[in-house]
Ligand binder design. Structure first.
Ligand code: UT7
Length: 336
């Protein structure tokens, strides 16, 4: 008997309206538009002034349900990937469940930083594959502005706020859906990328606040080197073990941390830039939201189409990294 695969049947996203441009950063820290664009590929990011990660997630889920034409009461499970939960507990999935009125759903959060979406996607797919759920929402949402030190020029220019969601259902097309995944972690990376304040190791005190331990710490160069190798390695490996060449892949959907990391990954896969989803210029690094935000924008624009083969790839704090191979089965977007 062949196993039931999970597939993405709908996507949606939501971003706040307020933009922080490179010109705004030129007024805040010692930087230039030229440095930011050439070193990262970023021109602007969105900032959520009022509200929290659950708002980003709930809005992205509502957009996804609308695109599928179903109501929240049909959802069985909600998985929220985030490193900026509204609070330590209850989990953001519970807050979102109540907000959208997903009466029969249960849910939980996944913490895998920039790899949160692939980790949550693969987790959600298991519940479809084993037959216990029919409709699973996987949402990546992060209010990175809530943990960003806007005096740290090396890091503050990188991050933005966004939410992106997908709906997983059993796949009716035997050649479609989520085909394969490679997920990895290496805790030795903790030293290079972390937020050490606020948890059980360093509970919040005046001292932890004074030492700025509730902000993102990143040794950019070290993370950059690990990311270039990690993301390219798993992307290459998933292609090799599925006997795929560059010509067989329609889209690379990379985590949007740095354009130079994305280029290294597409080079390793033998993919032309025209087959790579890139929106880092408009949103910066939105952590768990980057991949579903790309999927949603490309689907909406009619560029991500039924039957296409995609590789989603990520690298982030932990370290965590991975690649997911899928064949797109969602109906094409209706464009006016
Ligand atoms: O998504 C989670 C995973 N995260 C990542 O994948 C991020 C990986 N890292 C990166 O993307 C890059 O390392 C950064 C974009 C963060 C930094 O780029 P870099 O090319 O590695 O720069 P750097 O940190 O080596 O700094 C080069 C120079 C330094 O000056 P000196 O020491 O050479 O005089 C920095 O002080 O650039 C300076 N610098 C800046 N200059 C202008 C650092 N930040 C800025 C800035 N504007 N914003």
């Amino acid at each position: 008997m062949t196993k039931t695969r999970a597939t993405i049947t709908a996507v949606g996203h939501w971003v706040p309206e307020e933009r922080l441009t490179n010109a705004d950063f030129e007024k805040m820290v010692d930087t230039t538009d030229e440095w930011i664009r050439t070193r990262t590929g970023i021109s602007e990011r969105r900032i959520l002034r009022k509200g929290a990660t659950s708002d980003l997630a709930a809005n992205a889920i509502q957009a996804t349900l609308k695109n599928r034409g179903i109501s929240a009461s049909e959802i069985d499970l909600i998985i929220v990937a985030t490193v900026t939960p509204d609070m330590f507990f209850p989990c953001t999935a519970c807050l979102v469940q109540e907000r959208i009125g997903a009466k029969k759903a249960w849910g939980f959060d996944v913490s895998a930083a920039c790899s949160g979406f692939p980790f949550a996607l693969v987790t959600g797919a298991q519940f479809i594959e084993n037959g216990t759920c029919k409709k699973v929402i996987v949402v990546g949402a992060d209010k990175m502005s809530s943990i960003t030190d806007y005096t740290d020029r090396a890091n503050c220019i990188l991050f933005g706020d966004a939410g992106g969601a997908v709906l997983l259902e059993p796949c009716e097309d035997p050649s479609g859906g989520i085909i394969d995944h490679i997920l990895r972690c290496d805790g030795s990376g903790e030293k290079a990328l972390n937020m050490r304040g606020g948890g059980s190791l360093n509970p919040p005190t005046h001292e932890t606040v004074d030492k700025k331990m509730h902000y993102i710490f990143q040794d950019g160069k070290t993370v950059f080197k690990a990311a270039v190798v990690g993301m390219a390695d798993v992307s290459g490996e998933i292609m090799e073990r599925n006997k795929l060449q560059g010509k067989d892949v329609d889209w690379l959907v990379p985590h949007q941390a740095n354009l130079r990391i994305i280029d290294a990954t597409s080079d390793r896969m033998g993919l032309d830039r025209s087959k790579v989803m890139i929106n880092i210029d408009r949103y910066g690094n939105t952590t768990a939201a980057t991949i579903p935000l790309c999927l949603s924008e490309w689907w909406q624009a009619g560029k991500l189409r039924k039957g296409q083969t995609i590789v989603m790839a990520s690298f982030g704090a932990g370290y965590t990294w991975g690649a997911v191979l899928a064949r797109w089965t969602a109906e094409n977007a209706q464009r006016g």
